[in-house]
Design a protein around this ligand. Sequence first.
Ligand SMILES: [Fe+2]
Length: 301
Amino acid sequence: MTREPASLILARQNLLTPLGLLGSGRQRYAAAMTLFEAGQISDEALEIYRVCSPLDHEDPAPLLARAGLPLPAEPAGGDLARGLRLKTLLAECDRYLAGLTGPGIAEVRAGLAPALAAEGAPLPRPVGGANAVVSAHLASALASLEATHPELATAIAASTGDLEWITYGEYPPDEIGADFLKGHAYTEMVGPEAPVFAPDYDLGLFLIAPDVLYRDHHHPAPELYAPLTGPHGWRFGPDDPLKIKPAHDPVWNPPDRPHMTKVGPLPFLCIFGWTKDVRLPASVIPATDWRELERLRIPAA
Ligand SMILES: [Fe+2]
């Protein structure tokens, strides 16, 4: 059986990049170029995408229809297509992590290496329905990321619909706070329950809505956050002052180190990695200033 290159699968997905996203016209044109070079669309269709390329809000579909040309198809379904999209995303995550320096990065990349080295593609299960936090906030996070890391943004966009995004509802609301409870979503790509199995390792994406406070907590798992957006606030002890950090400045939490995240004006999107003890639970640590921090608004960079 011939395996279709992931680049063409991504290009077809990117033809459907939502209108209005920063640079989406350019992204659709780049995708059309890839498909044209592979003989999958005509030069007439390519010209329509070229004309629309500086116009992020311009929908090429009516122009294609008027010219009697086929409209872009929805992304390919099936295990193979989903697997190739996920494998591309894992490779992009690894490429991103390779460009960072700091503690924990080597450990997270070492845990990811078997998934990248495996023959063929993983086989993610089909998932149903969209996650409300993802629908509301992922596009603006990716529009920001796209400006500096377009391939990673594209790979996340391409795989998002294949991944199971979870808004975890089991924290006691009075401990974790109502805003966080309904304002976050995460997806595991590699891990004990993830599309790529690893017995005691987790790698995934984590999204939190703008301005939300993720209250002080700790867990036995050593944890890397590689934030793809920013600015956001951090502290590493209850009632300590907040430190404001930009995007792309990784945070490594050794086992049981307290940590807290205050999201800024952009949604917080990060790659997270837990390198061991991934089944042991996290606990919230009380602090006296959560109400004040929940009201705080971090200015844009
Ligand atoms: Fe954590």
